[in-house]
Design a protein. Structure first.
Length: 323
């Protein structure tokens, strides 16, 4: 007895980002049974069936209007250019009407900042969700009823799923293939698409954390001094002594200026130094740990796991600069 393929409908809104728009058809469209039978049918629609302008210098022609959503087993919303002045700008009436066509039991997926659409529609209220790390704080302020997790690549909350920035849409679509049909099918899709079947860690490993520039702040000179000796133990008392103040006063001023305790800041700078060494050198992990002031590879692994959600080896495999 044959079964119809799971139907994935992708809703392209004006200003859609082309890369993210193509992710569902590439991932789901590659999934097949061992005999080659497609496991998904992917169709792309717009609100009115007309061509959709993208964020690039071209438009995309689609063959379906919003009525395609009526038959969706999974609806995917890729991100699009939007300059809102308020939450409602993410959900104009015609978009709200399109979401209202989703059948009970169908899955709804957002990629990157398309999570704003789902949140504006109330679909993320009380749920855990994610979005691009660069927008996470604004997203949380705008939608306080959503439990925002900015550190992960995607969140699976049953029938509502959210992916973080850009390529994490690939991770989420592969996750859905794995959830629907098992690891063997998902791994084959990943191989055919030449992407990893599962990425270790989360968004934390991609967030830029530049060292604060030197300033006239009272702890700035001490911070610069500490950055020059990350390979050595540095106690809070030594930091305060360099700043020529008491430990209590130094700790208070440091937190006021940096937003972290001295110990938190020092650990973060050690992790950042380790990241740079892993990206730009072939030093063994234990040597990287020593150079960054962690002492042992085990300590480095612990701190990188806590801070970035990924091991030193996995981080190097992802980010090592080609020679």
């Amino acid at each position: 007895m044959s079964h119809r393929p799971h139907r994935v409908v992708v809703l392209a809104l004006d200003g859609v980002y082309p890369f993210e728009l193509s992710i569902p058809v590439r991932i789901f469209g590659t999934a097949a049974d061992p005999d080659g039978t497609p496991l998904y049918e992917v169709v792309t629609c717009s609100l009115d069936g007309r061509p959709v302008p993208t964020s690039a210098d071209f438009a995309v022609a689609v063959e379906h209007g919003a009525e395609a959503i009526d038959t969706a087993d999974t609806l995917v919303l890729p991100p699009f250019v939007c300059a809102p002045t308020g939450p409602r700008d993410w959900l104009p009436d015609e978009v709200a009407a399109a979401l209202g066509r989703v059948r009970p039991g169908a899955r709804i997926v957002s990629i990157c900042t398309a999570s704003y659409v789902l949140a504006s529609a109330g679909l993320l209220d009380g749920r855990r969700a994610t979005t691009h790390w660069n927008d996470a704080e604004h997203f949380q302020r705008t939608f306080p009823s959503v439990v925002v997790d900015a550190g992960v690549l995607f969140v699976d909350d049953g029938e509502v799923l959210t992916a973080a920035g850009v390529a994490s849409g690939v991770d989420l679509c592969l996750h859905l293939v794995r959830r629907d049909h098992g690891s063997a099918v998902a791994n084959r899709v990943a191989r055919l698409c030449v992407v990893p079947p599962w990425r270790e860690g989360g968004q934390a490993q991609y967030i830029e954390r530049p060292v604060p520039p030197a300033s006239t702040a009272t702890t700035s000179a001490t911070r610069q001094w500490a950055l020059g000796r990350l390979d050595r133990p540095i106690s809070l008392a030594e930091l305060a002594a360099h700043a020529r103040t008491s430990v209590r006063t130094f700790s208070r001023r440091f937190r006021e200026e940096v937003g972290l305790t001295p110990v938190q800041w020092l650990t973060r700078q050690r992790v950042e130094h380790a990241r740079r060494l892993l990206e730009t050198t072939d030093l063994p992990v234990d040597r990287v740990a020593a150079e960054a002031g962690f002492g042992t590879a085990a300590s480095l692994r612990l701190h990188m796991s806590e801070t970035l959600g990924v091991s030193p080896t996995a981080y190097r495999n992802t980010f090592r600069t080609a020679a």
